[in-house]
Design a protein around this ligand. Structure first.
Ligand SMILES: [Ca+2]
Ligand SMILES: [Ca+2]
Length: 320
């Protein structure tokens, strides 16, 4: 019930502007925008938005252009970035621009920046690996997709959901476990350790850290819910990446929050591990037993993200 009230609250009170985990509600577009100030290459920006459950925002109509411009010109009293990536790209075939969702450039009312899209009287846009950026005036220009630019992610309102693990703008797959007071999500899609780390970050979470024997049991139980058949792909299915790496310089294992295993509260490796059998095994995983393993960071494995529900609880309290 609390959840229902919370959704109602968001929908009712966010008429002008409200912020859910950095996503600002914009009523005119019935959705949320988030400005990522940290520049990234276009493919990275696209991936980041996808992992957050949204898309790289494109200035497809006057409402979204207005909203993006407003944030660019006045972002929390800070000067916004001069330019941001849009979702408009020609990475499939040079010269053929579409948005991420497939809207062709020809169907968009484009306001080009002065001199664009021509350069030295040659059509500049008809070259490989080009993407469009938007400036603070809403004008577009062509850049190399490998350049680093800030960007906006966009999400429709229907993707916003209230949940006991947070008023999530991502998904509701996180489950709170009362024994550890943490939320967990088992990702059964296989990824390398670095990509697993990135995915958890995009979900406002982190690769799980085992802080106690109890938490080891919790992850073991979570893993048990996913049989080999439940996990698609042909990778190894008895281990899942967690937030543990070997600090080579120091020569021992540390969590991604900088703690030694003793400081973290759980240090039991599975029998025979760490064995460095596929060298270098510098990333950490949990076996189905709930115990630790070392594995090669490039190895594809399922993974487990963890997040604390406290931030969202604060918000729910505030909104009652
Ligand atoms: Ca933990
Ligand atoms: Ca191993």
């Amino acid at each position: 019930m609390l959840t229902d009230y919370f959704i109602t609250f968001i929908l009712f009170f966010c008429v002008v502007e409200c912020v859910v985990d950095d996503y600002r509600f914009v009523s005119e577009i019935d959705g949320y925008l988030k400005l990522h100030r940290m520049p990234a290459k276009w493919e990275e920006a696209r991936l980041r938005c996808y992992l957050e459950g949204g898309v790289l925002a494109s200035p497809t109509d006057v409402n979204i252009i207005t909203a993006m411009k407003e944030i660019l010109n006045k972002d929390n009293q800070q000067e916004g970035p001069e330019k941001v990536y849009t979702g408009i790209h020609a990475t499939y075939t040079k010269g053929y621009y579409t948005t991420i969702t497939g809207v062709p450039l020809s169907q968009i009312d484009v306001l080009w920046e002065r001199g664009q899209p021509w350069s030295n009287h040659e059509p500049f846009y008809d070259r490989a690996n080009k993407c469009l950026v938007m400036n603070q005036s809403g004008e577009l220009s062509v850049v190399d997709c490998d350049s680093d630019q800030p960007f906006f992610c966009f999400k429709l309102t229907k993707n916003i959901d209230a949940h006991k693990c947070g008023p999530e703008y991502i998904d509701s797959d996180y489950q709170l476990d009362n024994r550890t007071n943490s939320c967990y999500k088992f990702h059964k899609e296989g990824r390398s350790w670095p990509n697993s780390f990135k995915t958890c970050m995009a979900e406002d979470a982190y690769l799980a850290i085992i802080n106690s024997q109890t938490e080891s049991e919790v992850l073991k139980e979570l893993f048990t819910k996913y049989s080999h058949d439940d996990i698609p792909g042909s990778f190894h299915k008895d281990a899942a990446s967690i937030g543990l790496t070997k600090w080579v310089k120091f020569g021992d294992w540390f969590t991604i929050h900088g703690e030694s295993l003793a400081e973290a509260g759980f240090s039991t490796f599975n029998s025979g591990e760490p064995n460095n059998v596929d060298p270098p095994e510098l990333c950490g995983s949990v076996w189905r037993t709930g115990r630790l393993n070392d594995h090669n960071c490039n190895r594809i494995l399922a993974f487990i993200c963890e997040k604390t529900p406290s931030r969202s609880n604060d918000k729910e309290t505030e909104f009652q």
